[in-house]
Design a protein around this ligand. Structure first.
Ligand code: DAT
Ligand code: MG
Length: 148
């Protein structure tokens, strides 16, 4: 089953929307396989956002993601990578549709509440960057018989 890495960013944690965000993915039918509240070190932030190293906002992005605790998660389910991106909405909350997480909770691109992997490759990379294998739990949910 496909897995993705999702992270409530420091603004989402401070604003108290961890529960709302988790609830959306649970209700959709996805399965949580790992989660932790943690601080992102500068080193981890720079690795995680390595693809943006040359962008003018890179410094700001690293400052922001290391500025307070984040809630890191791994979710599992059919097509979860693309579906989670749709549920998050566009990168800029000004463009994200109502009903999406960024559309409902955010106002500016610098503080857009949530991160989600954008491809199979980035999901695999980000999951192993944030989680040890033993922190991820595979289990059968009886509910899955009513979802799949
Ligand atoms: P996403 O988080 O939707 O995958 P991204 O990978 O292009 O978007 O960018 C990573 C983060 O960088 C994004 O969530 C917010 C920040 N960011 C992107 N574009 C920005 C910009 N033009 N100005 C400031 N921050 C930006
Ligand atoms: Mg991205």
């Amino acid at each position: 089953m496909e897995r993705t890495f999702l992270m409530v960013k420091p603004d989402g944690v401070q604003r108290g929307v961890i529960g709302d965000i988790v609830a959306r993915f649970e209700r959709k039918g996805f399965q949580l396989v790992g989660a932790k509240l943690m601080r992102v070190s500068r080193e981890l932030a720079e690795q995680h956002y390595a693809e943006h190293k040359e962008r003018p906002f890179f410094g700001e992005l690293v400052e922001f993601i290391t500025s307070g605790p984040v809630f890191a998660m791994v979710w599992e389910g059919e097509n979860v990578i693309a579906t989670a991106r749709q549920m998050m909405g566009k990168t800029n909350p000004q463009e994200a549709l109502p009903g999406t997480i960024r559309g409902d909770f955010g106002l500016t691109v610098g503080k857009n509440i949530i991160h989600g992997s954008d491809s199979k490759e980035s999901a695999a990379r980000e999951i192993q960057l944030f989680f040890k294998e033993e922190e991820l739990v595979s289990y059968n949910k009886l509910m899955n018989e009513w979802i799949y």
